[in-house]
Design a protein around this ligand. Structure first.
Ligand SMILES: O=P(O)(O)OC[C@H]1O[C@H](OP(=O)(O)OP(=O)(O)O)[C@H](O)[C@@H]1O
Ligand SMILES: NC(=O)CC[C@H](N)C(=O)O
Ligand code: SF4
Ligand SMILES: [Mg+2]
Length: 486
């Protein structure tokens, strides 16, 4: 158990997925389905809280949604027409049941459950102050600071307390909160993490990605705007925007890797964007080759784009086992190496004697690229060229994708030729940052007010990073001074 600095955890983590539904006959079963569609965002733990009009019911467990929420008795134990749920990949606080969301507390206003995607970058500072004033924390999660800020706010109504709390937190948060007064969904003022709204008959749904709407047959209504709070109560939906308007900075990595390709993120089809990045990559970094081969899964759409733009045939030269999850999010290098071997296999008959271009979406530690290039050589490839559909990942994320040790990022240690030597490819190239923005429909990356958060590529963090600064970490925050529009 961590007792001194609860947030000092140096593993590399990924994302979370959230889902909430108001006014549905089978709210918790729908939530389980929605979370299942969001499983790629977090595989450590899952939880659902329901409200039956009188009582709150919660089931939280380590592991996947299937296996924990596929039994009738579990769903029957979560009655009511309102529910919210969470799939977790931890960014702050250890992987333990006490940190599994939704987090719940009985406040003066009644029950309060919260599901959070993102990471609060001043959570440690806030927590120290709250503890000094007498708050007793039950978890080591950054998310719990929100509950204590709401609980101790001097404002009168729950909504005012909530707004007061959010005005004190910095960083990234998409939240779905379940209260007796209604279901509340909100997105931080920069809209760093995604959140969408859908409709199914009389039911209103919120989810991290549109695939969670598709799975229950709901209709996509729209994305929640950065800085917007939507409150759903009996027969009423209200929207408020209580923060100073900012230039939105949604996470660009959602388009590159995190989101499912069949999702619509902030109005853009992830699949179409990934194909466009691949086409851009082919224009910027062409190569004379016989086959374009994707590194499955998330390299596939970019490889299709690369193949279409270059005219080089697209083939499945690597076959992926569907019984192994994402390797990026498996903590521990040993497990990752094992995971990569278990996950991919060369399609030998296709590869032998060919000059191939491998397309992947990103290089983080370099584990996947190193293995795959060797795998292609072992399968008899004549030349192996690697092309990456994002710029080099050189910086840590403090907004829900935790890469605390820059030293673990291959691109933080080596330049591109050095990375090429490390992975033993014949050539290596990355799409440019402006090329990535082009694929997202922008002319280029705006130097003063960039249209996205791209800090893991540029080091240009869109918020202050209080806890990091307190720890003495140095970060480049070039665009901070230019944030406010009004
Ligand atoms: O450089 P590394 O540290 O190996 O990380 C980068 C790899 O991790 C991700 O794939 P992952 O296997 O997580 O998931 P995917 O199946 O969705 O592509 C990403 O798509 C790269 O392939
Ligand atoms: N990846 C996430 O969005 C995690 C949410 C929250 N920071 C936690 O660690 O539980
Ligand atoms: S630092 Fe990277 S992964 Fe993190 S929110 Fe920004 S763009 Fe996304
Ligand atoms: Mg991959």
């Amino acid at each position: 158990m961590l007792t001194t600095n609860p947030f000092d955890d140096d593993k590399l983590h990924e994302e979370c997925g959230i889902f909430g539904i108001w006014n549905a006959e089978t709210a918790s079963a729908m939530t389980a389905l929605g979370l299942h569609a969001l499983q790629h965002r977090g595989q450590e733990a899952a939880g659902i809280t329901s409200w039956d009009g009188e009582h709150f019911h919660t089931h939280r467990a380590m592991g996947h949604v299937a296996g924990n929420f596929d039994r009738d008795e579990v769903i029957r134990g979560l009655p009511g027409r309102v529910a919210c749920g969470h799939v977790r990949y931890s960014t702050t606080g250890e992987t333990a049941l006490r940190n599994v969301q939704p987090l719940y507390a009985d406040l003066a206003s009644g029950g309060f459950a919260v599901a959070h995607n993102g990471n609060i970058s001043n959570a440690l500072k806030l927590r120290r102050e709250l503890v000094r004033r007498g708050s007793i924390f039950q978890s080591t999660s950054d998310t719990e600071t929100i509950i204590h800020l709401v609980a101790t706010s001097a404002y009168r109504t729950l909504l005012d307390k909530f707004i007061d709390a959010l005005r004190q937190v910095e960083g990234a948060y998409s939240l779905i909160c379940l209260t007796p007064e209604g279901l509340i969904a909100c997105r931080d003022p920069l809209g760093i993490r995604p959140l969408v709204m859908g409709k199914l008959g009389d039911a209103i749904i919120f989810a991290s990605e549109t695939v969670a709407l598709d799975v229950v047959g709901a209709e996509y209504v729209r994305a929640i705007d950065p800085g917007e709070i939507v409150i759903v109560t009996e027969g009423d939906i209200r929207s408020i925007r209580p923060f100073a308007p900012m230039n939105p900075r949604p996470c660009i990595f959602e388009h590159v890797y995190f989101s499912r390709p069949d999702s619509i993120v902030d109005g853009a089809s992830v699949y179409t964007v990934r194909k466009a990045i691949g086409a851009q990559l082919a224009t910027e970094a062409p190569v004379d080759a016989d086959l374009v081969i994707p590194v499955p899964d998330s390299g596939v759409p970019a490889a299709i784009g690369y193949a279409q733009q270059s005219g080089i045939p697209f083939e499945l030269g690597i076959i992926r086992s569907h019984y192994v999850g994402r390797t990026f999010i498996q903590p521990g290098d040993k497990v990752r190496h094992l995971g990569v071997k278990l996950k991919h296999n060369a399609n030998r008959a296709l590869i032998a004697g060919q000059r191939i271009v491998l397309i992947d979406d990103s290089i983080v530690r370099g584990t996947t690229s190193l293995k795959i290039v060797q795998m292609m050589r072992d399968a008899g490839a004549k030349e192996v060229h690697m092309r990456i559909a994002s710029p080099p990942t050189r910086h840590s994320c403090f907004y829900g994708v935790d890469t605390p040790e820059r030293a673990k990022l291959l691109a933080a240690k080596l330049d591109v030729p050095g990375m090429n030597d490390y992975i033993h490819a014949d050539s290596l190239a990355f799409v440019s940052i402006d090329g990535l923005y082009k694929a997202l429909g922008q002319e280029r990356r705006a130097a003063v007010r960039p249209q996205f958060c791209d800090a893991c590529f540029t080091g240009d963090y869109p918020t202050t990073l209080t806890d990091q600064d307190d720890l003495g970490a140095s970060t480049d925050q070039l665009s901070l001074l230019a944030e406010r529009v009004i």
